[in-house]
Design a binder for this molecule. Structure first.
Ligand SMILES: Cc1cc2nc3c(=O)[nH]c(=O)nc-3n(C[C@H](O)[C@H](O)[C@H](O)COP(=O)(O)OP(=O)(O)OC[C@H]3O[C@@H](n4cnc5c(N)ncnc54)[C@H](O)[C@@H]3O)c2cc1C
Length: 462
């Protein structure tokens, strides 16, 4: 840093309450890490905010000094947008407060909280916020893109449960957005990602799910995958919104309920959550159990907090990851053939093909009611390519891209939060034209100079 820059930093320090880290500072190395180990970017400065006034100071500092700006909440975006080279990283990970309004069943969540933070606090009152399935994911990025998980079929996406947000916009002002206040901004942040400002707090509706849910995993042989998938594609669509059944094709983790000789073999995992009585849930599982032989199963009433952290160990931070995704209108025989063909060639033991079933409450919301555009397709096809060793990069990229293009013809859009860094045109695939045009208008109004550009970017047209 030259003299002038040091002066500027000193000035920022005089009004900043959190931590300011420069590359030579202790803590800088760990603060710049994000979930996806593919990214080794070095910001010029990291500001670790502890409150809204810090965020305002950081945004003003970035704008006045024309710095590239990135925002980190949970740091899980697989495209690595939370960290930038040579700019300012605004790190919200010290802002993890969650306050539950028990009477009104609403939950106020700070911008850097993790899903586990929300579960721990809401569960004290038997509430949950509809969100994702891994407890170390950030509420910030997940919500701004949409937010889907085990209870979305019943309660809607995270954005569908959002009541209001506090946002620091590009000019440094703090605004509230809700249906009544700045409704255009509120519309845009419900699916448009971090394009419009930094959300310092989210206010959600809580769902009364109790503290235990009937849930578990049934494990099927990969040899029966075709038969199982052909059954699954129709059967899960007959189930009530309370029952969510997904499919994951991968090498079996060493789960204690599986026979030892099944560990590491190819399997189809069928995880489910039922928001209702166990006896009724068991009835819904019968056809799943009967259609093909199971390798093992773990089924029962599980504490929600534990279930929400049950998959954490498979996706720990630091590994190399390359994600590709499509929304699917159905799982046709031809699509199933491609899935099985590519699953049979998983390039590493940590890769998986992940197929959530999404229709339900999200698909009963109007197509431009929020900026989350692709609500009506039942399935998502997620190609989760994951490996540890840099020497595996090439084979993993080749496999993921070939799989993705072989299934492209079945695609009906994509979820913005499952995109890698795939270029400008691909970001548009996350939206319909109508939604995209409206997003550009909101961007023009709230961030005309594209200060918030480290994201799946919606460029202003001004
Ligand atoms: C292991 C894993 C599991 C996942 N599971 C699910 C799932 O079950 N359901 C689902 O819907 N998605 C899931 N995702 C995808 C997830 O929604 C995205 O990766 C999301 O971007 C993560 O948010 P984050 O805050 O952790 O990420 P970050 O990388 O910190 O943030 C991503 C981007 O969001 C923006 N942003 C974040 N916070 C704010 C804020 N407070 N204000 C303004 N902008 C902000 C910034 O542009 C930032 O670059 C998962 C991802 C991973 C890696």
């Amino acid at each position: 840093m030259n003299k002038l820059e040091s002066d500027i930093i000193e000035e920022l320090k005089s009004k900043f309450r959190g931590e300011i880290l420069l590359p030579e500072d202790h803590g800088f190395e760990s603060a710049r890490q994000i979930w996806n180990g593919m990214f080794d970017r070095k910001p010029a400065i990291i500001v670790r905010c502890i409150g809204t006034s810090d965020v305002i100071n950081a945004v003003n500092f970035a704008r006045e000094n024309k710095l590239l700006l990135s925002v980190k909440a949970g740091g899980h975006n697989s495209a690595g947008t939370a960290v930038c080279d040579d700019g300012i990283m605004i790190d919200l990970s010290l802002m993890r407060g969650v306050v539950v309004d028990k009477k009104n069943k609403t939950v106020r969540v700070e911008g850097g909280a993790l899903l586990g933070d929300v579960d721990y606090e809401t569960q004290l009152h038997g509430l949950a916020v509809s969100a994702g399935i891994v407890s170390h994911t950030g509420v910030g990025g997940l919500t701004l893109g949409g937010g889907m998980g085990w209870i979305s079929r019943k309660y809607g996406l995270s954005v569908d449960n959002l009541l209001s947000v506090e946002v620091v916009i590009a000019d440094g002002s703090l605004v509230t957005a809700s249906v009544d206040e700045n409704p255009d901004l509120f519309w845009g942040i419900r699916g448009g990602g971090g394009n419009f400002g930094i959300v310092t707090s989210f206010e959600f509706k809580g769902a009364e799910i109790g503290t235990e849910v009937f849930s578990g995993i049934i494990v099927k042989k990969f040899a029966d995958a075709r038969k199982y998938m052909q059954f699954h594609r129709d059967y899960v669509r007959t189930l009530p919104d309370e029952m969510t059944v997904w499919m994951v094709v991968r090498h079996a983790p060493p789960l204690p309920f599986l026979p030892l000789d099944a560990h590491g073999t190819m399997v189809v995992l069928i995880p489910f959550v039922y928001l209702g009585e166990q006896t009724q849930g068991e009835e819904f599982l019968k056809p799943i159990k009967e259609i093909t032989e199971s390798v093992g199963e773990h089924i029962g009433m599980n504490p929600w907090v534990a279930w929400q952290a049950g998959f954490d160990g498979l996706v720990t931070p630091g590994a190399r990851n390359y994600w590709k995704s499509h929304h699917l209108a159905d799982l046709s025989d031809e699509c199933i053939n491609q899935i099985i063909t590519f699953a049979a060639k998983l390039p590493t033991d940590e890769c998986e093909v992940f197929i959530p079933h999404m229709e339900g409450a999200p698909s009963r919301i109007g197509k431009i009611e929020t900026a989350f555009a692709h609500r009506y397709t039942p399935f998502v096809l997620n190609i989760h390519t994951r490996w540890q060793d840099v020497t595996d990069d090439e084979k993993c990229f080749v496999w993921a891209r070939a799989f993705h293009s072989a299934t492209d013809k079945f695609s009906h859009g994509v979820y913005v939060n499952f995109l890698s860094d795939e270029g400008e045109a691909r970001v548009k695939d996350a939206y319909t034209n109508e939604v995209w045009n409206k997003l550009v208008e909101v961007k023009n109004k709230y961030d005309p100079k594209n200060l918030f550009s480290m994201n799946q970017n919606i460029k202003p047209s001004l």
